[in-house]
Write a protein that binds this ligand. Structure first.
Ligand SMILES: [Zn+2]
Length: 193
């Protein structure tokens, strides 16, 4: 899937988890940090693409991207597996603990969960594409939903642009409309403090 679809999928997954779990009392800064971490998690597995947004934005990014790509085994390899998710999770945990002294009243466990939800939304979305995802690496088998390859989405093609992306946006609009009043109450309460 393209980076744009992954961004929308990450926020949709986060919103779905948020509305199906009893909300803890969160500060506004925790929510903003969680949204950012969710977006980073949503594109993190594609760090193995030399064209990944992260690499594209660095001056020598293209070269680094290529080196990194070779190191971790090419596109849709270790960063697209459960093993990769564990490694990303440990790394995110270490970074958040390192940054904790400057993060003030941000709840880093919520931020970590938001990152992981973004990450898993990425793997699930890529599982619906023709290439599939090697979930169980080092077992080199790529899994896909539905199992019949012909029925899966081709990255960047019409199914993604006209079916997957609009469906995700529709879920977001529906969630926003359904939870508009509690959301506004919450923001009002937070901003008035
Ligand atoms: Zn991917």
């Amino acid at each position: 899937m393209t980076a744009r679809t992954h961004d929308v999928a990450a926020i949709t997954a986060l919103a779905l988890v948020a509305v199906t779990h009893p909300a803890p009392a969160l500060t506004l800064s925790t929510i903003l940090a969680a949204l950012l971490a969710n977006q980073v998690g949503g594109i993190a597995p594609d760090i193995d693409q030399p064209t990944a947004p992260l690499w594209r934005n660095l001056p020598v990014g293209k070269l680094f991207g290529k080196v990194f790509d070779t190191l971790i085994g090419g596109h849709r390899f270790i960063s697209h597996s459960l093993l990769g998710a564990v490694l990303f999770g440990l790394l995110a945990n270490a970074v958040l603990h390192f940054l904790q002294p400057v993060l003030g009243n941000i709840d880093i466990s919520i931020v970590w969960w938001a990152f992981m939800i973004g990450l898993f939304s990425h793997l699930i979305m890529d599982t619906c594409t023709k290439e599939g995802v090697p979930w169980l690496l080092p077992i080199p088998v790529k899994f896909g939903i539905p199992p019949l390859k012909r029925l899966r989405v081709t990255t960047g093609k019409w199914q993604e642009t006209f079916l997957v992306l609009p469906a995700l946006v529709a879920i977001d609009i529906w969630l926003f409309a359904s939870y508009y009043i509690p959301l506004m109450h919450y923001l009002h309460h937070q901003l008035m403090r």
